[in-house]
Design a protein around this ligand. Structure first.
Ligand code: HGY
Ligand code: MN
Ligand code: MN
Length: 405
């Protein structure tokens, strides 16, 4: 198996022929196909394959009980019509890096594990990083059991339908206690490496970020016969709030996005009764993020009041700022610094990752691979093959430096 052949195998799984994007949502058939691919890759290499209580997939080399394991991997699920690289690049690269280390004939002094964390994108149930949050004890069983998708299917029912036991989920401190370091390789979701002319980068931090649901409730009525003055139209308040979010973010040097909306009854000729919009906002620090979200909510309440519309705002997902482990970050820079042909800058990101969730429990680090357009969460997401191969070799160097003699 080569990076290219694994990539080609994974590429068609869960891909929409209409958009060319991916629809690999947690506990669906597409997710099951990707999971089967992971298991096959693990067993083809004689790795000890297991699925943990939260549905995360692990492939071990060596005895996990020995402790101080070095773990690498990422996720295989996607956002709706996401790109091919966000998540899968880290998983495929971890198998390719292990193959490279086998070719080098290295001797491992620590256990090594490759991992696929489930439901990182939160595309179906609205919460990011469910698999790693559960494992880290950042999400309670009760909170997880309350998650439902747009069709009203709960996370437990979805897990059961996929053959997993939803009553087994929960924190897994014993597993985390066996891990000395987790390194996640990921396509960069931005253009820093393209602008600096580098193939690979090391992560410094993840911006604090979250998701807030804005429920604007008005009065359903006939679009053709209701006078404008008689309307309580939640769509107007929603539209004004979207513009307010952009304004607040620009003022604060942050980002804010209303990317998802649900309208009831969603008829062309019906004034909505309910407009539900989801805000994703991120900023370099907590104070700035608080300023933006507070500003958006204040504006939304003013707009709602002006239109006789009720508003509820619910924080659905939140990740505080992540400073990756400095010692591990510097160790990666030392290891990769030996390759004089490879400059490896350290850069921050506004994108969330499982490595960010786990960073509160174990030392974690990230490697980024150049994305020439910076585009992500889109079918247009791309990374050049030679940059991907450079990422594999860098990951192999890091794993060798951390886990081998
Ligand atoms: O939303 C994020 O930053 C990540 O892709 N889950
Ligand atoms: Mn993503
Ligand atoms: Mn990702």
């Amino acid at each position: 198996m080569t990076f290219q052949s694994m990539w080609a195998e994974l590429l068609p799984l869960g891909r929409s022929s209409a958009s060319g994007g991916y629809r690999r949502f947690a506990w669906t058939g597409a997710d099951a196909e990707c999971r089967e691919w992971f298991r096959e890759q693990a067993e083809a290499r004689g790795l000890a394959y297991e699925v943990d209580r939260n549905g995360n997939q692990w492939a071990w080399l060596g005895d996990p009980a020995a402790g101080d394991a070095v773990v690498t991997g990422s996720h295989l699920d996607s956002v709706p019509d996401g790109g091919a690289f966000d998540g899968p690049l880290g998983v495929v690269s971890s198998f390719a890096a292990l193959d490279e280390l086998s070719r080098r004939g290295v001797e491992f002094t620590k256990p090594l594990a490759l991992v696929n964390f489930g439901d990182e994108e939160g595309a179906r149930f609205g919460l990011a990083c469910v698999g790693s949050r559960l494992t880290a004890g950042e999400l309670t069983v009760e909170q997880a059991h309350r998650l439902t998708d747009a069709d009203g299917v709960s996370l437990p029912r979805a897990m059961e339908a996929a053959g997993y036991d939803p009553d087994a989920i929960g924190a897994d401190p014993e597993r985390l206690a066996r891990i000395g370091a987790f390194v996640e390789l990921h396509v960069e979701q931005g253009r820093a490496l393209d602008l600096s002319g580098d193939r690979v980068g090391i992560a410094s931090a993840i911006w604090p970020h979250g998701r807030w649901r804005f429920d604007f409730r008005g009065e359903a009525n006939h679009a053709g016969t209701t006078r404008l003055v008689d309307r309580r139209d939640p769509m107007l308040s929603y539209a004004e709030t979207v513009l307010a979010a952009r304004r607040e973010a620009e003022l604060a040097g942050a980002v804010a996005t209303f990317g998802k909306i649900a309208v009831e009854p969603n008829g062309v000729n019906a004034i909505p009764s309910l407009v539900r919009g989801w805000l994703d906002s991120r900023a370099a620090d907590q104070h700035t993020l608080d300023l933006v979200v507070t500003g958006v909510e204040k504006a939304a309440r003013e707009y709602a009041a002006a239109h006789g519309v009720d508003l509820d705002v619910v924080r659905e997902s939140f990740t505080p700022v992540v400073e990756f482990d400095h010692a591990l970050r510097d160790e990666l820079a030392r290891i990769l610094g030996k390759d004089t042909d490879l400059r490896v800058p350290v850069l921050g990101t506004g994108a969330g990752h499982d490595a960010g969730i786990l960073s509160g429990r174990i030392p974690t680090a990230m490697l980024f691979v150049r994305n020439p357009t910076g585009v992500s969460h889109s079918p247009a997401e791309h990374a050049a093959e030679d940059d991907c191969v450079a990422g594999v070799l860098a990951l192999a160097d890091v794993l060798e430096g951390l886990a081998c003699r």
